[in-house]
Design a binder for this molecule. Structure first.
Ligand code: ADP
Ligand code: RBF
Ligand code: MG
Length: 188
């Protein structure tokens, strides 16, 4: 599969089973660091086990909604990644209210096994549509899912994956600005 076969039409307002909300904050954990380095699209990974059952049972694919971050009151520490590399968790200490980083922000969510990278486990990863000046490993995030963009695909090239992720971002941004979706910012 080199690119998306078609775009699923997005309804004028969220349709069943959406909205789905995490009515608590989930911990942001590290993955393998490929999102930023390899694709230029960082994603905040959350543990599947912390998500509500209704999110766990979604089809693998790309979704969109709103997210809100919150720092955790802990001092910076080093955590061992699955592949043995050490990652620094700052628990969101650089998140800035002034820069709007604690606002409810639009996001695109990938729920999948990342076939392009041959993972054999499922992850949930949020790319928040904001340009952050620091990472925020160890911070927490609360979010809602308002719609579905496309199924997860197995790409033959990295360029095709990046192109589609950028199309997903455009669709999410445009939809979340529309009247019947922006209302759901108040769900927080
Ligand atoms: P990993 O595989 O460890 O998740 P990524 O390359 O996907 O690595 O980077 C993820 C981290 O980048 C997030 O946990 C977060 O701390 C940071 N980050 C910076 N900007 C963003 C953003 N716009 N959306 C999500 N995470 C971001
Ligand atoms: N990975 C895939 O293998 N197939 C996909 O269709 C796919 N779609 C994605 C869509 C978005 C919006 C994002 C943010 C990521 C997507 N990825 C996909 C996941 C990507 O492989 C993952 O973010 C990296 O592996 C870094 O964790
Ligand atoms: Mg990630």
């Amino acid at each position: 599969m080199s690119s998306r076969p078609f775009d699923i039409p997005i309804p004028d307002e969220p349709r069943d089973p959406f909205p789905i909300v995490t009515d608590y904050y989930c911990d942001i954990v590290c993955g393998f660091g490929r999102g930023s380095k390899d694709l230029g699209v960082p994603t905040a990974n959350v543990e599947m086990s912390q998500l509500p059952a209704s999110m766990n049972s979604l089809d693998l694919g790309v979704y969109f909604g709103f997210a809100q971050l919150r720092p955790v009151d802990k001092t910076t520490s080093r955590v061992n990644r699955k592949d043995g590399k050490e990652v620094e968790y700052n628990y969101g200490e650089h998140l800035s209210e002034k820069r709007g980083e604690l606002d409810v922000l639009p996001m695109v969510l990938s729920v999948g096994k990342n076939p392009f990278y041959g993972n054999d486990f499922k992850t949930a990863e949020l790319h928040i549509l904001h340009n952050f000046s620091h990472n925020f490993y160890g911070a927490q995030v609360k979010f809602n899912i308002l719609g579905h963009i496309r199924p997860e695909l197995n790409y033959t090239t990295k360029e095709a994956l990046i192109k589609d992720i950028n199309t997903d971002i455009d669709i999410a941004k445009r939809t979340l600005e529309s009247v019947n979706y922006i209302k759901f910012k108040d769900q927080f």
